[in-house]
Design a protein around this ligand. Structure first.
Ligand code: HOZ
Length: 420
């Protein structure tokens, strides 16, 4: 086993100041029975911990680092922007440039707002949907995670699923009584919800490819039927593309599956590794946002110039070469194949991968919940001990980046092939 003495020391200290020593529950290694590793620095496909261990990183900051860590083009943009001032709390040209780039690749986004996190983007998009429709109820799916705002912490994936929490305490009942639930990929449950509450539902919110209960692709026709139901009942369809946006294709899952939502939320890659996210979509809906309309949403650091410059540099790098997504596909497929060869049950969409420790084909929250998490933990520890850093949870995705070299992929496959 590798030595992590310095990380362990820092962890002890961190626990005095932060709950479980972390600033986000998914960073705790509780579910794999280890302590978190403290990162010293990162470059390309690698992260280096404070003990001097090198790891091939498949967390990629939970998605943003599609170009790898500390990509030179992004760093240059950030440094030159920072030299002009860290924040203005006022308009600047970069906001328009980033908005234009987003719209170019997500034509469904006619107007947008830049915010600071995926949580904020989703919370704001839902508020706009409610304001626009004048309805209160929303429909979400079991195992989908849309950030940690009150109304969405019901059977959510990610850290809640990892820690076996069906929902969060501290959320008054009144905040979730308008949240309806359906099974991911279960169209008959969605239809039932509409039969019962059709005209009260402001929006359907969905991760078009669920990536917070492990990776779960939509079954054929699922997204299309959501679109039809939203149209039939005159409610809005929101795609949460915080993870999938700019990752599954440059135009996200909506481009890949050919289904157009009314509103989209973006985060992670769109901020190039800085705290930035966005929500946007139909012009008539976005025109309800203050001060044009009566839906209030604001933020001191929204459209922060340094974060915006990172987002622009990242999207421009992704646009440069059409073969980027083929390359991600090729490399990710190799990892999938290596996992399949040792008998793991793998779900993969593009560069998002989850090896599930269950015999069952995972297409829903219930299927994912049946996984053998102890076996997963054993696998995850094995990877770590062999210099491969992946999410310490069965219910997250592995992220492949453009910085992962063929050598990294070969090494990873070789390590996987020797797992028992
Ligand atoms: N969606 C991310 C994990 N599934 C969020 C990262 C976090 O919660 O820190």
């Amino acid at each position: 086993m590798i030595s992590t003495d310095k990380s362990n020391e820092l962890y002890k200290k961190a626990c005095k100041f932060m709950p479980a020593g972390v600033n986000s529950p998914v960073r705790a290694f509780k579910s794999i029975d280890r302590n978190p590793i403290f990162i010293d620095h990162a470059k390309g496909s690698k992260i280096y911990d404070v003990d001097g261990n090198e790891y091939i990183d498949y967390v990629c900051s939970w998605g943003p680092n599609i170009l790898g860590h500390a990509c030179d083009e992004v760093l240059e943009a950030v440094i030159s922007s920072a030299q002009k001032g860290l924040t203005f709390g006022a308009c600047h040209e970069g906001e328009i440039e980033l908005a234009e780039l987003i719209q170019k690749h997500f034509p469904s986004i006619k107007k947008l707002r830049l915010v600071n996190s995926g949580t904020e983007a989703v919370m704001s998009a839902i508020r706009a949907a409610r304001g626009f429709t004048g309805r209160d109820k929303i429909l979400k799916f079991e195992g989908c995670y849309h950030g940690h705002s009150d109304g969405l912490l019901v059977k959510a994936g990610s850290g809640l699923m990892t820690n076996s929490m069906p929902s969060s305490s501290g959320v008054p009942v009144g905040y979730t009584e308008n949240t309806l639930l359906a099974g991911f990929n279960d169209i008959s449950e969605v239809e039932q919800a509409f039969i019962r509450h059709g005209k009260e539902i402001a929006c359907i919110i969905v991760e078009p490819v669920a990536a917070n209960m492990g990776v779960v692709p939509p079954e054929k026709g699922f997204l299309e039927r959501l679109r039809e139901l939203a149209d039939e009942y005159e409610c809005l369809l929101i795609f949460d593309e915080v993870i999938t946006g700019f990752r599954l294709s440059i135009g996200g899952a909506q481009q890949l599956y050919g289904v157009t939502p009314d509103l989209t939320t973006l985060g992670k890659i769109v901020g190039g590794g800085m705290p930035l996210a966005a929500y946007g979509g139909r012009e008539d809906v976005m025109n309800t946002v203050a001060p044009l309309g009566s839906v209030y949403q604001a933020g001191t650091l929204s459209g922060n110039p340094v974060a915006v410059s990172a987002g622009i540099a990242t999207i421009k790098a992704l646009e440069k070469d059409n073969s980027i997504y083929d390359e991600l596909e090729r490399k990710s497929k190799k990892i999938e194949d290596a996992m399949t060869l040792i008998g793991l049950n793998v779900n993969r969409v593009g560069s998002l991968i989850t090896p599930f420790f269950t015999e069952r084909h995972v297409k829903s929250f219930d299927d994912a919940s049946l996984c053998n998490t102890a076996e997963f933990a054993h696998f995850c520890r094995y990877l770590l001990d062999n210099g491969i850093y992946s999410a310490p949870s069965q219910f997250e995705a592995m992220f492949v980046s453009l910085a992962h070299s063929d050598k990294d992929i070969e090494y990873t496959c070789d390590v996987i092939s020797k797992f028992h």
